[in-house]
Design a protein around this ligand. Structure first.
Ligand SMILES: Nc1ncnc2c1ncn2[C@@H]1O[C@H](COP(=O)(O)OP(=O)(O)O)[C@@H](O)[C@H]1O
Ligand SMILES: [Mg+2]
Length: 257
């Protein structure tokens, strides 16, 4: 018997008033996949993340995680199930240090709530020490150990994006969703990010679904790519097929990449 896919969208659809933002979308991710979601602005990519993470309930169709129907399950429950995301617009605790931002991610997973952590009960102190150690390891993975005590607001943009990934990793998800992680990065930062994503998949055994506009980045990194345009699937396959697909070129790429 074959195992069920880690994530499955089955004819997922969501309508906002007269607009069908995601229209009958079906795809599957298996454990360990590096999967890219691409398409023009407004195609419905972030909305896919929003229905996977419980921000919205699909109007019709279903979403399965490890074979279980999670359509419409609230966001906090989805996080506990093992799905975590980053956002297209960076959402960090700007006044906290780099390390503290990652520790907060760890709190979300542990039974010690932020409150008992702050009131410094003995168990919470122990757990906080443990979370700090874990957070330092994650900062090493995203190449931010050297700025662990800096205020996150003072980091350059590319580093803030990597910090968001470390914080998401601190919740120990099985599936990590990255919404335009390379946006605004220079070529060197993009190369570093690529290494980070590979480490997350290979050393930490995560499955990664990412939205990205930089075609060189996404085609070089992802093994399978799904192309959306105005809510609809226009192509799905390995990068070599996607880059030469006439529909993708017409709707999105403009010319072969
Ligand atoms: N909460 C919402 N209410 C109304 N329209 C929405 C909402 N969220 C997204 N949309 C619309 O859905 C479409 C897809 O948006 P989005 O998923 O953000 O696109 P992408 O991430 O591919 O650029 C857009 O037309 C957007 O305006
Ligand atoms: Mg988007």
């Amino acid at each position: 018997m074959s195992e069920s896919p880690l994530l499955k969208l089955d004819q997922a659809t969501i309508q906002f008033g007269g607009l069908i933002a995601v229209n009958n979308v079906s795809f599957e991710l298996n454990k360990g996949d590096l999967f890219g979601l691409i398409g023009p602005n407004g195609a419905g990519k972030t909305t896919c993340f929003n229905i996977i993470t419980g921000v919205y309930k699909p109007t019709s169709g279903k979403i399965f995680f490890r074979g279980r129907d999670i359509s419409g399950v609230p966001s906090n429950k989805i996080a506990q199930e093992g799905i975590c995301r980053t956002f297209q617009n960076i959402r960090l605790f700007q006044a906290l240090s780099v390390l503290e931002n990652v520790v907060v991610g760890g709190f979300l997973r542990h039974k010690t709530g932020l409150f008992s952590g702050l009131t410094l009960l003995p168990n919470a102190i122990k757990e906080t020490d443990h979370l700090r150690e874990e957070a330092m390891k994650l900062l090493e993975v995203v190449n931010l150990s050297h700025v662990a005590n800096h205020r996150s607001a003072d980091l350059p943009y590319g580093m803030q994006r990597r910090l968001e990934i470390a914080r998401a990793m601190a919740t120990q998800p099985d599936l990590l969703l990255l919404d335009e992680p390379a946006a605004g990065m220079n070529p060197q930062e993009k190369d570093e990010l690529k290494e980070v994503v590979y480490r997350i998949r290979d050393e930490f055994d995560k499955t990664v679904l990412l939205i990205e506009h930089d075609m060189k980045f996404v085609m070089g990194l992802c093994e399978r790519i799904f192309v959306l345009d105005r809510g609809l699937e226009i192509a799905h396959g390995p990068p070599e097929d996607i880059r030469s697909n006439p529909k993708v070129i017409e709707a999105y790429l403009g010319e072969p990449v």
